[in-house]
Write a protein that binds this ligand. Structure first.
Ligand SMILES: [Zn+2]
Length: 61
């Protein structure tokens, strides 16, 4: 699954899901980081991935 926020720009692999009252998007690590900085919560997608996005999120959390 590709990031539903920036897939048209970079085609990043989605590694997390942003959830709020108005949105529910699968996003890449960078977008999850930006969402977190905006005060939105996210959760890592359960499927295993070879990308480093999950590791970046874990490091930033
Ligand atoms: Zn993204």
């Amino acid at each position: 699954m590709q990031c539903q926020r920036c897939s048209s720009l970079r085609g990043e692999q989605a590694v997390a899901r942003i959830r709020s009252e108005i949105i529910d998007l699968a996003v890449c690590g960078q977008c999850a980081q930006e969402a977190w900085e905006l005060g939105l919560g996210y959760e890592l997608l359960p499927e295993p991935s070879a990308t480093t996005g999950a590791e970046r999120i874990a490091a930033a959390a």
